[in-house]
Design a protein. Structure first.
Lengths: 763, 82
């Protein structure tokens, strides 16, 4: 047992000059001075532990707060209509009708996933799922947005296998379908992969729960896994530095998760909600008990008393500071009325979930924590959880960006002959970012629970919410780091436009947004400028599309060596569909249907997959985004879906029309005859541009011949540009894609090129 | 055949879900005298010829670099099997 003696409030008053390791805990001189000013004395070591984790960039959003406010300011009345819970809670909640609500959020787990890819990615899934549970919802789906280093780098297989294994392990054990996501390779992520995890949950309106501790005398209950010494980031210093030299030595900064414990926790929480036994609830993630107690108290009546000795420990040698900071997984904190405590205990005991009562809600306005009978924390919880430091960090227009934007892809040689076009078409199909990802996605369960209407490789994932009515939601995420590097404002809008379009092509109505903003160091003024521009772009874009940002996460300090990653604002759009039976698949299933291209094609090859793959080039300015047009396109697709006029719809983005055609024939092996002449003529572009440009606002749809007139009438009525560019052909072994007058390629060859890339490196 | 045994355990602070499951099962089966279980790994490395200082050093290298994940596990012993 440790001989560690807790630093009490009295002791802090008596020894004002004691040197404290605030620098090693990540606090700056002025932040430490501010804590002393708030308290009117030096903090105890426990208080210092709490402030240091809660004022960290990760928990306090101190560098991003001034920009994130725009998401709450740039809103119209329409955007608030369906929003039940907005930013600031564990996850946003959207009313989807029929008494149902959907909650969803995306979060980063980048740094742990580089150190320990398997457990890092696994606990990333566990953490986001607990956010969803804490809103009162049943988790129904997960998705992951992954960015790895170069595909041929020797370290990439270690990270990829670990991350994918961790996600599939945790998600599959929980029995949650993984219905989509992204996988990109780029050397800018070599030393800093991005592992973003998204989860969606479903609840009845009346089941909504919030994270607040109200009602004096209500009990504070910690339940789930025991608290251990894992994941104590800064506490390695706490334990080995000047607090106590006899305490346990270095604590690992990563956590190991237990998905079976989390599964039990899900069912246990849902029963507690059903029985009405919980007043407020909060999951324990980053900053553990420090975060849960201070946030619950801040959002409630403001006062809380906790006895830390009642925390059930896995390791009895943990010090008070370590208990406060531990990030052990699979734990929840609830606020329970005293008269319901017996019933509460009966439910948790039934599920074999270990539980202890830590304390109660008070009206003192103070968060008071005792350990060993002594007062070790006495703070105003708002100063810990809400009124942390806010920085307006220096912003600098990047010195390199004008030169980068001037370096357009227009000067790159474009293929002229049919043979060259075919060759480059296949090179793109086989390129790491466009190639078939089933090596990864087949490791995930995606039909478990029986409500998956769409999943990989469709443009959006779709889940049925109500088995009677068929009500459901669709969700898609997107971020193109290359475009954001060229212009973060447009890049963020492009990500939003693409995720929005991906939801629209599934037949759903886009309703709300979540984001995970992955950037370099905020202390680099050029990165801060990128961040500022990206947030402005996203907030402006959401206002134009009239869909609110409901929550998300910011991840800074993502860099390989000294080089920041490309700005990667992952944008997730959630849409609602009245009946999933009316969903639109993204690929062709039968021959003899007309193929239409909606939207104009411009010469927009800067930053494209073509420029990157064929010429290893990144420069110029990203494609123009016209969100008003995206909205018209979404309306048009919904109109067509309601009248059942279209058989499939596929968004055009990375790799342009060529890639969309390839994916459409590969999925079900249905061939097609396609002609580019009319695009070339109408839009004044060459064949290479028609195939590889990444102009926005474009979708290919397939329409049965008998509905041709009605479909064209719909487009004409809405004045949306439309061209018939081909017809689907026979399937089977001889199926081929015939781009008339240019090249012909068998579906088997396209499939082979697409399928062989990932196994070559990771098989 | 001369054999070197390498034992690897999850770090003390790290959750061991496997051990926890066995501990729970023991309690359910009435073996209440054991309050905890942790499960590690044992590797038996067969050597052609005698175990020398060099082979032990080589075993130590692979034990730390390959057989264990130093982020979450510790190599607790490397010895020649008796």
């Amino acid at each position: 047992m440790s001989t560690h003696v807790a630093d009490t409030v009295d002791n802090a008053i008596a020894t004002p000059d004691k040197v404290q390791p605030y620098g090693a805990l990540g606090l700056k001189d002025d932040e430490y001075a501010e804590i002393r000013k708030i308290l009117g004395r030096r903090p105890t070591s426990g208080e210092l532990a709490m402030y240091s984790v809660m004022w960290s960039e990760h928990c306090s959003y101190k560098s991003s707060k001034i920009y994130l406010r725009q998401f709450g300011q740039k809103v119209s009345e329409k955007m608030k209509e369906k929003l039940m819970v907005g930013m600031g809670e564990n996850a946003g909640v959207v009313d989807v009708g029929e008494g149902w609500a959907v909650t969803f959020k995306v979060e980063s787990h980048n740094h742990p996933s580089y150190i320990e890819p398997f457990q890092g990615a696994a606990t990333g899934v566990g953490g986001i799922v607990r956010d969803i549970i804490s809103m009162g919802a049943r988790p129904v789906a997960v998705m992951d947005q992954l960015r790895f280093g170069a595909i041929d780098h020797p370290d990439t297989p270690r990270v990829l296998h670990g991350v994918v294994g961790g996600i599939s392990f945790y998600g599959n054990c929980l029995g949650l379908p993984n219905i989509g996501g992204e996988t990109y390779f780029d050397s800018c992520y070599q030393g800093n992969p991005l592992v973003n995890a998204l989860s969606v949950g479903v609840l009845r309106h009346e089941d909504l729960h919030l994270a607040n501790a109200s009602g004096v005398g209500n009990k504070i209950v910690l339940f789930g896994a025991r608290t251990g010494g894992d994941g104590i980031g800064g506490a390695s210093i706490l334990a080995s530095d000047s607090f106590d030299s006899t305490g346990p030595t270095k604590r690992p900064a990563v956590q190991v998760g237990d998905p079976f414990a989390e599964k039990v926790l899900i069912e246990c929480c849902l029963e507690l909600y059903r029985e009405g036994l919980v007043e407020g609830i909060q999951d324990l993630g980053a900053a553990g008990i420090s975060c849960a107690t201070s946030e619950l108290a801040s959002n409630g009546d403001g006062g809380m008393f906790v006895e830390l000795d009642h925390v059930l420990l896995r390791d009895p040698t943990l010090t008070a500071e370590e208990i406060l900071m531990s990030e052990s997984q699979e734990r929840m904190m609830a606020v329970v009325k005293p008269e319901l405590l017996d019933q509460f205990m009966a439910v948790v005991n039934k599920w074999d979930v270990e539980t202890s009562v830590l304390g109660e809600v008070t009206d003192t306005g103070r968060l008071v924590i005792h350990h060993g009978g002594e007062e070790i924390v006495n703070v105003d919880p708002r100063t810990v959880a809400i009124d942390g430091p806010v920085y307006e960090r220096p912003v600098a227009y990047p010195t390199w960006i004008d030169a980068l934007q001037a370096d357009s892809a227009d000067k790159l040689a474009r293929p002229q002959s049919g043979a060259e076009l075919k060759d480059q078409f296949l090179s793109l199909v086989a390129s790491p970012n466009l190639a078939d990802k089933s090596l990864i996605t087949t490791q995930y369960d995606y039909f478990v629970m029986g409500n998956t209407a769409l999943s990989f490789p469709d443009d959006a994932g779709m889940i049925r919410v109500d088995e009677e009515s068929g009500l459901g939601f669709a969700i898609a995420t997107d971020a193109n780091g290359r475009y954001c590097q060229l212009d973060p404002y447009q890049g963020a809008r492009l990500a939003l436009a693409e995720a929005y379009r991906n939801v629209a092509v599934s037949g759903a109505v886009p309703a709300a947004v979540t984001d995970c903003l992955n950037f370099g160091s905020p202390e680099n003024p050029e990165v801060m400028w990128q961040f500022k521009r990206a947030v402005e772009g996203l907030a402006d874009g959401c206002l134009e599309l009239e869909i609110p940002v409901t929550g998300g996460n910011v991840s800074f300090y993502n860099q390989t060596g000294d080089a920041p990653i490309h700005p990667t604002p992952v944008v997730g759009v959630l849409g609602v569909i009245d009946d999933v039976a009316r969903r639109i698949p993204s690929s062709w299933q039968d021959e003899g249907n007309n193929i239409y291209l909606l939207g104009y094609t411009r010469t927009e090859l800067d930053g494209s997959a073509w420029a990157g793959t064929i010429h290893n080039h990144l420069g110029g300015v990203p494609p123009v985004v016209d969100l008003a047009q995206e909205k018209e396109l979404a309306d048009l697709l919904q109109g067509a879906a309601i009248e059942s006029l279209i058989l499939s719809a596929h968004d055009l983005s990375d790799g342009g029309l060529g890639q969309a055609l390839a994916e459409s024939v590969m999925r079900f092996g249905v061939g097609a005859r396609v002609w580019l002449d009319e695009i070339i003529e109408r839009d004044g572009v060459d064949a290479a541009t028609a195939l590889f440009s990444e102009s926005t606002g474009r979708v290919i749809v397939s329409v049965p011949r008998e509905d041709d007139v009605r479909f064209l009438g719909l487009c004409e009525a809405r004045n949306y540009p439309v061209l018939r560019i081909g017809v689907t052909d026979q399937g089977g072994e001889d199926a081929k894609l015939d781009v008339q007058g240019l090249f012909e390629v068998s579906v088997a060859e396209i499939r082979q090129r697409s399928n062989e890339t990932l196994p070559k490196y990771f098989g | 055949m001369p054999t070197i045994v390498v034992e690897v355990m999850p770090k003390a602070e790290i959750l061991d879900p496997q051990g926890k499951a066995v501990a729970g099962a023991l309690t359910r089966l009435g073996h209440n005298q054991f309050s905890g279980v942790r499960i590690g790994k044992r590797f038996e490395l067969t050597v052609d010829g005698p175990v020398t200082a060099e082979t032990l050093a080589a075993a130590k290298t692979i034990a730390e670099d390959i057989l264990s994940n130093s982020v979450i596990e510790d190599v607790v012993s490397i010895s020649e099997a008796k």
